[in-house]
Design a protein around this ligand. Structure first.
Ligand code: ADE
Length: 240
């Protein structure tokens, strides 16, 4: 999978060289290219923002550098001005607290794409015309990490790249661990224990030492349902 990231703080993404994603990059499973938006400016100050039309607080990211960056990375525009949706058309993702919420289902969906482009906004956001223009280059998604506000899209994009990247074949050593984790079945993950069987006066639940695989599976499922009921009842309502 190819992933391009456009940001005014490319150093945020240096950590993509470590851990499993770093290995996936070295192995050629993940081709991540990080770009500095200012490389597409042409003035002495490498300006990427300006005051908002209509007034208001803060600055808005100018459309020109974004247009040039997207042309180079995701372009060229489709000749008939129709939204390109073929298998090679990139998915262009703008992290935004005003977007659809990113879930494990979103990660699964994006993991099937061949080319993702992430555009990281800062300040009060990006000139709205950039989103419209991007639709001539690929399918556009505004995606939120959750109902809170970050200073910019970089941290959100890091989270999304990790969630998507670990679903690519060959990134996580044991694919079974992807099935048995939180959110894969609409439930939270069951609790895990390792040796020693007693630690600081606390015992591992008896059933896990029993060797009875049926009983263990049933106990784990109960734990999943109970945890989800207590911590995330909204997930149970979704599967009703
Ligand atoms: N940018 C600022 N806040 C964000 C959020 N919650 N999710 C995605 N991008 C953001």
């Amino acid at each position: 999978m190819r992933i391009d990231v456009v940001s005014i703080f490319p150093a945020f993404f240096d950590v993509l060289d470590v851990s499993l994603l770093g290995k996936a990059r070295s192995a050629g499973i993940l081709d991540v290219r990080v770009h500095d938006l200012r490389d597409w400016t042409h003035d002495r100050h490498r300006t990427v923002d300006d005051t908002p039309y209509g007034g208001g607080a803060g600055m808005v990211m100018k459309p020109e550098p974004w247009g040039l960056a997207l042309d180079e990375i995701a372009g060229p525009p489709a000749p008939d001005a129709a939204a390109p949706d073929g298998p090679d058309a990139p998915i262009i993702i703008f992290p935004s607290p005003a977007g659809e919420v990113f879930t494990q289902a979103t990660a699964r969906e994006l993991s099937g794409a061949s080319h993702l482009v992430f555009g990281c906004g800062r300040y009060e956001g990006i000139d709205e015309r950039v989103f419209e223009y991007a639709k001539t280059l690929g399918s556009v998604r505004l995606v939120s990490l959750g109902d809170y506000v970050l200073n910019g899209g970089e941290v959100a994009v890091m989270a999304m790249i990790e969630a998507v990247g670990r679903l690519l074949p060959g990134v996580v050593g044991n694919p079974e661990s992807l099935v048995e984790e939180s959110h894969e079945e609409g439930l939270l993950e069951y609790p895990s224990y390792t040796k020693p069987s007693t630690w600081r006066g606390r015992d591992v639940p008896e059933v896990l030492l029993s060797g009875n695989h049926g009983a263990i599976a049933a106990w784990r499922h109960e734990q999943q349902v109970e945890r989800t009921r207590v911590r995330r009842p909204d997930l149970l309502r979704e599967t009703d």
